[in-house]
Design a protein around this ligand. Structure first.
Ligand code: F6P
Length: 340
């Protein structure tokens, strides 16, 4: 890693003081979280640390559900979706009292540093915890939403995209048999990465994303393109979000403005979070997991591991959880051009 990437380190607890590293997964699960757990565990053991697996995210730090991890605890998991550590969104950890209990558990268990795998809520929790107590914490971006700032991709995003692509391929068969319009809602919380890239990958006619709103007229034209072509059907990917109104909201608009279309709604839901991770997700999770241990050995803290142009980088937590990760606007144009 280039030295200029290491602008934000804050060396309080030295590497010599870290003997035991705790690892947890938090928030929504994502494919390849297991590959990340495996990489963190093995890289830590390789470098002479002991490892403890913390169950159910921050909740495990409060309840004390913690397991010593050896290299065999993470055998045969690189290909598995979900997380062997389980995960949760822990309300108690959002309170100062809860975090105090979590800190005391760490003291009792002899855990000197943490690796937190999760999305923006989990890394926000990590940032607050690290600001209150002298604990080195390194984060890994584990979310299908790809909405963490400073990293080109997040762990699980590529697998979710592939799941969306497979689902839309199947929907196309029935859409074209019945000559229908399908509105397919995908996850992403308030980000349109899954919808936009999922649409390009599956040859959909349009994507409705919260970052760039599509006018109804424009949408009508794009939908019409699908029917004019030999496909005789149209598929629009809609990002879940209050701003887009979700697939149900868009369906209402379409039914009013374009009653000529026989419209159906499919909400893909949590299926997007499961499944065996793609090679790309396994590799990035493995590289990031090893990088987390390297970061701790370099005295880094309060940083998330990211990837930019295939290079691993450190992003301070405060930056990583910014809400305005830019989406490549050119992709919307690409989608439009390819849907004629
Ligand atoms: O952040 C991951 C994510 O899957 C989002 O895309 C989605 O909005 C949310 O989690 C769903 O959360 P839950 O599983 O708690 O319903």
């Amino acid at each position: 890693m280039r030295p200029w990437r290491k602008l934000f380190h804050n060396k309080q607890k030295t590497m010599a003081e870290i003997k035991c590293i705790g690892i947890l997964t938090s928030g929504g699960d994502a494919p390849a979280m297991n590959a990340a757990i495996r990489a963190v565990t093995r890289a830590a053991i390789y470098n002479g640390f002991t490892v403890k697996g913390i169950m159910r995210g921050y909740r495990g730090l409060i309840t004390g559900e913690i397991i010593p991890f050896k290299t065999q605890n993470v055998s045969n998991i690189v290909q598995q979706g979900g997380t062997i550590l389980k995960t949760a969104r822990c309300k108690e950890f959002q309170t100062p009292e809860g975090r105090q209990v979590a800190y005391e558990t760490m003291q009792r268990e002899g855990i000197d540093a943490l690796v937190v795998i999760g999305g923006d809520g989990s890394l926000t929790g990590a940032r607050i915890f690290a600001s209150e107590f002298d604990i080195p914490i390194v984060g890994l971006p584990g979310t299908i939403d790809n909405d963490l700032y400073g990293t080109d991709t997040t762990i699980g995003y590529d697998t979710a995209l592939n799941t969306i692509m497979d689902a839309v391929d199947k929907l196309r068969d029935t859409a074209s048999s019945h000559e229908r319009l399908f509105l397919v809602e995908v996850m992403g919380r308030n980000a349109g990465f899954l919808a936009l890239n999922g649409a390009i990958a599956s040859g959909a006619e349009a994507a409705i994303i919260p970052e760039i709103m599509t006018e109804t007229d424009q949408l009508g034209e794009l939908i019409g393109n699908g029917f004019r072509k030999s496909k005789n059907s149209s598929i629009v990917l809609v990002a879940e979000s209050e701003l887009t109104g979700g697939a149900m909201g868009v369906a209402e608009r379409i039914k009013k403005e374009y009653p000529q279309y026989d419209t159906r709604v499919t909400i893909l839901g949590h299926i997007q979070r499961g499944g065996s991770p793609t090679a790309s997700d396994r590799i990035i999770a493995s590289r990031m997991g090893e990088a987390a241990i390297n970061a701790l050995m370099e005295g880094q803290r309060n940083v998330m591991i990211g990837v930019q142009n295939d290079e691993l980088v450190y992003i301070p937590f405060t930056k990583a959880v910014r809400k305005d990760k830019p989406i490549n606007r050119d992709l919307l144009n690409t989608l439009k051009i390819l849907s004629i």
